[in-house]
Structures are given as structure tokens and as C-alpha cells.
Design a protein around this ligand. Structure first.
Ligand code: MG
Length: 174
């Protein structure tokens, strides 16, 4: 049986993943209104991935016979000065998520809840990828700073990103 502490921490993580989804949806809408369709697409895919993350935690709680308790989602920022600022904000946010996942892993280890430790491995790897991919986008934005054509090409490149369901949910591409 899941401990109360772990149950509460996993429930809080569901809310954090939903907040992440909301943040990236907000970035997607802000990019779209400013004419960056590709960047809007990239963040929309990110929005869908975050919802997958929340679902993985929900499925896990249910599989451990623990109730999911959905909490209100805090408001998010709605405007960014540039795509560079958006990606910098994304990296800062993902670093916080990495710390939260690390905290969950610490609790699971302390409590010798091996099933939870095992479930969290996917998220630990995912965070390494999230941070690396965001750093790459920051580098690309910095490289084209002040260059409208460069930003236009980067926007086109990010338009190609497609959503793939997270592997713990079955990994079916659309
Ligand atoms: Mg996430």
C-alpha cells in the first residue's frame, strides 16, 4: 500500500504536471497571436505531453488502489517578450520539475517503495531530455537573435514537431 506521504506527493505532482500543461498552452497561444505558428505548434505538443505526464501519475495511483484528488490549477503567465524568453522560462520551469521528481524519488527510496521508484525512472530520464531539448532551443534562439529571417526559419523548423503519446501510455503516434 502507498504511504500517505507518497500518496499526497504523487497527487501534488499531478497538479504540477497539469500546471505545466497550462503554462505551455499559454506559451503556445502567445506565440500564435504574435505570428510564430511553428513555435506555437512546438508548445502545443509540449502541452499535450504534460497532460500525458499527469495521466501516467493518475494511472499509477489508480493501479496502487489510491484515489486521485484533482486540485485547482494556479493561473499562469500569459505574455512573453520573445521566443527566447519563452524557452528560458521553460528551462527554469523544467529544472523545478526535475527537482520535484527527484524529491518524489527520494521519498520512494526512503520508504523502500520499489514500485514507485521504478515508475519514476521514466520521469527521471524524461527530465534529462526536456532540459537538453530546451537548452538546444535557447541556443537556437540566441543564434538568430536580431535576425528576422533566422527566426522565420527556426519557426518553420519547430512547425515540424509532432505529438507522440508517452511510452508508459502505449506510445501510439498520431
Ligand atoms: Mg512533465
Amino acid at each position: 500500500m502507498l504511504s500517505k506521504k507518497l500518496h499526497e506527493a504523487l497527487n501534488a505532482q499531478i497538479n504540477a504536471e497539469m500546471w505545466s500543461a497550462y503554462l505551455y498552452l499559454s506559451m503556445s497561444l502567445d506565440a500564435e497571436v504574435k505570428g510564430y505558428k511553428g513555435i506555437a505548434n512546438w508548445f502545443y505538443v509540449q502541452f499535450r505531453e504534460e497532460q500525458d505526464h499527469a495521466r501516467i501519475f493518475m494511472n499509477y495511483l489508480l493501479s496502487r488502489d489510491a484515489a486521485v484528488s484533482l486540485q485547482p490549477i494556479e493561473t499562469v503567465r500569459t505574455s512573453w517578450a520573445s521566443p527566447l524568453e519563452m524557452f528560458r522560462d521553460t528551462l527554469e520551469h523544467e529544472q523545478k520539475v526535475t527537482a520535484m521528481i527527484g524529491n518524489l524519488a527520494s521519498i520512494a527510496a526512503e520508504e523502500k517503495d520499489f514500485a514507485t521508484s521504478n515508475m519514476l525512472v521514466w520521469f527521471i530520464d524524461e527530465q534529462v531530455e526536456e532540459e537538453a531539448s530546451t537548452r538546444e532551443k535557447i541556443g537556437a534562439c540566441e543564434a538568430v537573435e536580431g535576425n528576422k529571417f533566422g527566426l522565420y526559419m527556426l519557426d518553420k523548423e519547430l512547425a515540424a514537431r509532432t505529438y507522440t503519446q508517452a511510452s508508459p501510455l502505449g506510445s501510439s503516434a498520431e
